[in-house]
Design a protein around this ligand. Structure first.
Ligand code: AMP
Length: 112
């Protein structure tokens, strides 16, 4: 999508500190980290958010979770990380290209 900031990261049109990239997925450090380890895993395919995921995307979305686990391990937080999808502005979604937040490295920092 033309005006999607994460599509621009996928296309290399704006910079990001990438941890991982393959044909389907990119992972990069969040620009405003909310935890000692905070990165995002996104599909290259533009999907607006969790509620836009279709049956066709099931394997791709599972891959995000697998890659997140691999990267959490590589970054030393495999036993202490949280994964979050925000869906909708009221839930705090700001970028409407689906992304998995990985927040790690804090001891029990979350209310639930
Ligand atoms: P959300 O509120 O779930 O839409 O989260 C969007 C996230 O993207 C926020 O945590 C932002 O800090 C992050 N973000 C926005 N722009 C960039 C960027 N150019 N590079 C890295 N992270 C970004």
């Amino acid at each position: 999508m033309n005006d999607c900031i994460f599509c621009k990261i996928v296309a290399g049109e704006i910079p990001a500190k990438k941890l991982y990239e393959d044909d389907d997925v990119v992972a990069f450090w969040d620009i405003a980290p909310q935890a000692p380890v905070h990165f995002l895993v996104i599909p290259k395919k533009h999907i607006a958010g969790p509620s836009s995921v279709t049956e066709e995307d099931e394997k791709l979305i599972g891959k995000l979770i697998r890659i997140a686990g691999d990267l959490a391990r590589e970054n030393g937080v495999e036993d202490c990380y949280r994964v979050i999808f925000n869906n909708g502005a009221k839930a705090g979604q700001v970028v409407f290209h689906i992304h998995l937040h990985i927040l790690g490295g804090k001891d029990k920092p979350w209310p639930i």
